[in-house]
Design a protein around this ligand. Structure first.
Ligand SMILES: Cc1ncc(COP(=O)(O)O)c(C=O)c1O
Ligand SMILES: Nc1ccccc1C(=O)C[C@H](N)C(=O)O
Length: 445
């Protein structure tokens, strides 16, 4: 097993860790945490004590964020009053019609965008389609290819290949770190994940964007795993187009609508491949010909999903008075502390951190490759051992997730994750791995 900076070989002893010391450190860190009170804005299990020993530590906010307390009452009001009583009048009187731009402006500061550059609606996949086809239509005439992050979350690759087929271009998968070397004057754009969903690696958005621009190509970023977790700086780094979901670190709820960012200076050249009536300059003119709206509204398609949109708007209240810089500081402290606890609690050689140890290359999750121990005490089956380990962690109240082939993912949402959560998760992971038989494959460390 290769040594990674997070786990110097032989540094951890096989016996039970110095629990008391780590627990005390976690308590001190939580006491000093300026965001500690923000946790109260979310519905979460109470921390475990002698009576509630089974309460869950939630480390899956990088897949589905926890429920913000403001959402249920707001949604109840939207349903009972705005829909139930005002009915059709709510499109204007309750601000439903303009919600996609209004809520876009609320997300904008979290991703470094000025007002009028973000519109909310549709899924991330649909926005990837709009961004890629819209980007190709803005690119130079002689372009023949689209570069796609070779390590991307699958949906980006699927959509990019279909968009390329429709526009007559080829798709070339390239590792993010190689994009600066691989881009040519024939490249229309590159579609890149800001944070790698599997490893938690933070890709170099300023550097890659600059390299693409130097070659005359556009930069299209997928912010699903960075928005709400770290500063993105879309305007500052002159990103052309970006998309992201809102159900992870923005806590918008299951299936909450995604967003599209279009750089201000490109907006009047953006031609949507899905020019629905909501993107028309005058939707209620019912014009048979499409005239695109000015500004970011041209990124809209059809009737917005109001219930989900307004749940998201209420969820964003959890950010009141919180800076994304403070979130980043806590995120790095949490992931550092978790890695330290894992090193102390987990028998050597059983996991290997896939997440870069360098802060400037790390998102807000820790991914641990789980050594392929065989003959697990949780029963042998088709499930890879890492999947069994995660099932057992969840059974013991530590909720992360498993991604094939061997990755345990732990997401840290600074708005509500505590240092005590990080310590408990690492301790339970150590217990689960100690309960498994020794690594039997040759590459264990
Ligand atoms: C990087 C990335 N892009 C896109 C998606 C999903 O897209 P959609 O919102 O269309 O399901 C995810 C996760 O679901 C993701 O991690
Ligand atoms: N949208 C979902 C619906 C159901 C279950 C998971 C997701 C995810 O978001 C997965 C996530 N994108 C990931 O990084 O694996």
């Amino acid at each position: 097993m290769s040594e990674t900076p997070g786990f110097p070989a032989g540094a951890a002893g096989p016996g039970p860790p110095a629990e008391g010391e780590l627990t005390a450190r976690a308590r001190e860190l939580d006491k000093a945490d300026p965001l500690a009170a923000v946790r109260g804005r979310f519905v979460l299990d109470a921390p475990p004590d002698e009576t509630s020993g089974g309460a869950a530590v939630y480390l899956d906010g990088n897949s589905l964020g926890a429920l913000p307390r403001a959402v249920p009452d707001r949604l109840a009001d939207v349903i009972a009053r705005e829909w139930g009583e005002l009915r059709i009048r709510s499109w204007s009187e309750s601000g439903w019609w303009t919600a996609p731009e209004r809520i876009g402006d609320k997300i904008a500061p979290l991703i470094g965008a000025g007002p009028g550059r973000v519109v909310v609606g549709d899924s991330t996949s649909v926005n990837i389609f709009k961004a890629v086809v819209g980007g190709v239509r803005m690119a130079g005439k002689g372009c023949t290819e689209i570069l796609v992050d070779a390590t991307t979350f699958p949906t980006d690759g699927y959509i990019a290949r279909s968009a390329a087929r429709m526009t007559g271009l080829a798709v070339r998968p390239v590792e993010p770190a190689r994009i600066a070397d691989e881009v040519t004057e024939r490249t229309a754009l590159a579609l890149v994940n800001h944070v790698d969903y599997r490893t938690g690696r933070l890709n170099d958005l300023p550097g890659i964007t600059h390299a693409l621009h130097s070659a005359g190509a556009l930069a299209v970023w997928d912010l699903c795993h960075s928005a709400g977790a770290l500063p993105v700086g879309l305007d500052a780094h002159h990103v052309d187009l970006a998309v992201g979901c809102t159900y992870k670190y923005l806590n918008g709820g299951p299936g909450s609508p995604a967003y599209l960012y279009i750089r201000e200076s490109l907006q009047d050249r953006f031609e949507s491949p899905l020019p629905g009536w909501n993107s028309h300059a005058d939707p209620f003119a019912m014009d048979p010909d499409h005239t695109p709206a000015d500004g970011i509204a041209r990124g809209r398609v059809g009737t917005p999903d109001i219930l989900s949109l307004l749940a998201l708007e209420a969820a964003l209240e959890a950010w009141d008075g919180v800076s994304i810089e403070a979130v980043r500081t806590k995120s790095l402290a949490l992931t550092d502390f978790f890695l330290e606890c894992v090193q102390a609690c987990v028998p050597p050689g059983r996991v290997r951190s896939l997440t870069p140890s360098a802060h400037e290359r790390r998102g807000s999750q820790v991914s641990l490759a789980c050594a392929p121990a065989l003959g697990s005490s949780f029963g042998q089956g088709e499930i890879p051992v890492a999947g069994q380990v995660m099932d057992e962690l969840i059974r013991r109240g530590v909720v992360g997730d498993f991604r094939p082939p061997d990755v345990l993912r732990f997401g840290f949402t600074p708005l509500y994750t505590s240092f005590a959560d990080a310590e408990r998760a690492a301790r339970v992971l150590g217990e689960v791995l100690r309960a498994l038989p020794e690594v039997s494959s040759g590459d264990g460390g």
